[in-house]
Design a protein around this ligand. Structure first.
Ligand code: SIN
Length: 542
């Protein structure tokens, strides 16, 4: 079937829903999401939103902290813009119904949490389940808007771009134009054509490319992959942020132990229960940058040969811990760990993609009519390593900026002639009966990325990763034409694509900086490498 809408938003986390709410008065908004609308990384965010409210804080300090974490690659103008617009967007969320924690009952003052590399307390939060609360408030608002329609269980197969359409001469030959997307309806297996003058990618991250991740199952890099295939530039994918502390328990799949625990004094302990961060960063210790803490844990694990280290907050009062971290307390208790009495077993896991689809300061990508915001985008805010709790802030500000630009250009784009877009062609494909063809490659890629392209890298391992991935990419390409598409297969194709792009980006950068560390170039090289790494389909990478 063919659907026409004014605004097509792919993804239903904070970036997608906040944009949908703003666009609602301008026309028909279609939000598509590949599982349930609440299955997002936003829902899992524990920490909160970094924002300047403290009387001892300033925009300058928040900017400096962001830039220090970003290790020389943040775009200063973007940092300044996003940080300074923070308070406005926090108030906006409050007006939508979000109730952030206050210093005390009836207090006007927001309770401000502390996280690593922040020189001041500045994390506004709702207990330790901020993301879940944000998701709920945004969804409740979306549900009340008649012009917004949400399609659950629709997976983006590819963007539709003007040059795909044979015998059609593009309206602006110099710039590719996005016309919408082909989307798989999971329930029927049909692939529908969704046409829209404006398409926005808000698909989140790609943590599932690694064996261990804090991300939800949906984080398979779909937005990155479709944008790359459509010709958009992708930047800085080597900067994968590994969160130092995910719960280590055979039954816990991806449960994060928030950095806010370390902000409130939790200590990291080695397998013999001895503190060790002093050795790696004598000044900031547990509150050092995530890259430093994750590498420190990786070293401790490799040296000891053990499976996990520990995070201990049991020296704080049990009442404080239960009240400040109710979600972590309850979840750990469910796994038999009482965090008020004993240390929590933790390991690092892939957490956040600092790079993404290149956008300008209004969220506009290289393609006309295509926007991106949230984790899928690379605005220049995070540089080589994201400052904790800057991501929800970025998503809010950038979706708002995208709205401002869309409002300006939409009337003209709407008038532009739409070429005759053909329906998706099945070309005699048959059912893929053997699911093992997908699950095997899925496992191989994730293990390969963890072992060869993980927290510590080397030129040799990157080369091996590329060699091992290459036949998998070929096999996927072959299956793409032979078999009827399913959600699992589309995800595998995207995961493999993103894995390849991460390996290419990591191989290009001949230095160590932020989230990218290689033993072959252990130092930072500002002279040659203080710049973004760009990969682009139409400039085939070596
Ligand atoms: C955390 O709570 O540790 C995660 C926050 C973030 O990644 O920004």
């Amino acid at each position: 079937m063919q659907f026409k809408t004014d605004f097509l938003i792919i993804g239903s986390g904070i970036a997608g829903l906040s944009l949908a709410i703003k666009l609602a008065p301008l026309g028909r908004v279609t939000v598509v999401t590949k599982k349930a609308a609440s299955d997002t990384a936003t829902s899992l965010a524990q920490g909160g939103i970094a924002c300047v409210f403290g009387t001892d804080d300033s925009f300058d300090l928040h900017q400096q902290d962001t830039q220090r974490a970003g290790d020389g690659l943040c775009h200063e103008d973007i940092v300044e813009m996003i940080v300074s617009q923070g308070p406005y967007h926090i108030r906006e969320l409050e007006n939508l119904g979000l109730k952030f924690n206050r210093e005390s009952h009836n207090s006007d003052m927001l309770d401000l949490g502390q996280e690593g590399e922040h020189s001041r307390r500045r994390i506004v939060h709702v207990g330790d389940y901020t993301g879940r609360s944000v998701q709920k408030v945004l969804m409740d608002n979306v549900d009340s808007l008649p012009s917004v329609k949400v399609f659950e269980d629709y997976v983006a197969v590819d963007l539709i771009i003007e040059s795909m359409i044979k015998s059609y001469s593009p309206s602006s030959p110099k710039k590719e134009r996005c016309l919408g997307a082909y989307l798989l309806e999971v329930a029927t297996g049909d692939i529908h054509t969704f046409l829209a003058p404006i398409t926005a990618l808000a698909t989140g991250g790609s943590g599932k490319v690694y064996l261990y991740t804090s991300n939800p199952d949906v984080a398979t890099g779909d937005g990155l992959a479709v944008a790359y295939r459509a010709g958009a530039r992708i930047a800085n994918l080597e900067f994968v942020q590994f969160h130092p502390t995910c719960l280590y328990h055979p039954k816990a799949k991806n449960f994060l132990i928030s950095e806010a625990l370390r902000g409130e004094g939790a200590k990291l302990l080695d397998p013999l229960y001895r503190p060790f961060m002093e050795k790696y960063d004598s000044k900031q210790k547990e509150l050092a940058g995530r890259d430093i803490v994750a590498r420190a844990i990786d070293t401790e694990l490799k040296n000891s040969g053990k499976d996990c280290v520990y995070l201990d907050i049991s020296h704080r009062s049990a009442d404080f811990v239960r009240e400040r971290f109710p979600n972590i307390y309850e979840t750990c208790l469910g796994f038999g760990i009482d965090i008020t009495k004993e240390p929590i077993p933790v390991v690092p896991a892939a957490h956040y993609m600092c790079g993404g689809v290149v956008t300008d300061s209004y969220g506009e990508t290289d393609l006309e009519g295509l926007f991106a915001s949230g984790e899928v985008a690379c605005t220049g805010l995070h540089g080589a390593n994201r400052l904790a709790s800057n991501s929800l802030l970025e998503a809010l500000v950038m979706s708002h900026r995208a709205f401002l630009r869309i409002r300006e250009i939409f009337p003209d784009l709407k008038k532009k002639l739409f070429p005759p877009v053909p329906p998706w062609e099945i070309r005699g494909a048959v059912d893929l009966k053997e699911a093992v063809l997908i699950s095997h490659n899925w496992d191989v890629i994730r293990r390969l990325m963890w072992n060869y392209v993980g927290i510590v890298r080397s030129t040799k391992r990157l080369k091996l990763a590329r060699q091992n991935l290459s036949p998998i990419l070929e096999e996927i390409q072959q299956h793409y034409w032979e078999y009827i598409l399913t959600r699992d297969f589309i995800e595998l194709r995207n995961l493999a694509q993103v894995a390849e792009l991460i390996i290419i980006a990591a191989g290009k950068r001949k230095e160590s900086r932020g989230g990218h560390f290689t033993i072959d170039y252990p130092n930072k090289d500002d002279w040659n490498w203080r710049r973004d790494t760009i990969v682009e389909k139409f400039r085939k990478e070596k």
